[in-house]
Design a protein around this ligand. Structure first.
Ligand code: GUN
Length: 174
């Protein structure tokens, strides 16, 4: 798909295509559709980023709360979104030992108790060891710093998902 195809999508098709670039937050795609035409993929990405930055803190926390736990209930039940399933599998979350799973559950629960939202990291840019290290390290942040850090990870996830959708069949067009 090239950018002129993206710009030609009606909002229903746009939301069908880009509705999960921010996990379970199709409202964001529905909102940024208003900014067509996009000059290029970075322009679309920038509008999504601005939309998120302009949310109140409770809205940013809402975006974070739409993310499933890493190695959590949805993974075990097979109810992850396609994108999250792929990202979590690639980062080794689908092949943890029982001990590692228990440790992830414990750390995720501690993190959620502290901050009130789940631990979000761009799993595709990490691996099992990196995720555990970050989970430990970031748990020491204060709420303001951690919210900012987690939102940055949402943007990284979004960027990879967008690139996967738009550049998948036309690497040189954008
Ligand atoms: N990183 C990439 N995808 C996800 C996800 O679905 N949940 C969390 N917590 N982190 C992610």
């Amino acid at each position: 798909m090239d950018i002129s195809t993206v710009n030609s999508l009606c909002y229903e098709d746009f939301v069908d295509t880009f509705g999960n670039v921010v996990e379970k937050a199709p409202l964001i795609a529905a909102a940024v559709w208003s900014y067509r035409p996009f000059a290029n993929l970075s322009d679309l990405e920038a509008h999504i980023s601005d939309f998120i930055d302009n949310l109140p803190e409770s809205g940013k926390e809402g975006v974070l709360r739409c993310h499933p736990d890493l190695a959590g209930r949805d993974l075990q039940r097979g109810t992850l979104t396609r994108e999250s399933q792929e990202e979590q599998s690639q980062a080794g979350m689908a092949s943890l030992s029982p001990e590692e799973t228990t440790r992830m559950h414990h750390l995720n629960a501690e993190y959620k108790r502290r901050f009130g939202f789940p631990f979000v990291i761009c799993a595709k840019m990490s691996d099992k060891a990196g995720i555990l290290r970050q989970l430990n390290e970031r748990s020491g942040n204060d709420l303001t710093k951690e919210r900012e850090c987690a939102i940055n990870e949402v943007k990284k996830i979004c960027c990879l998902r967008l690139r996967n959708l738009v550049l998948s069949d036309t690497r040189n067009k954008l």
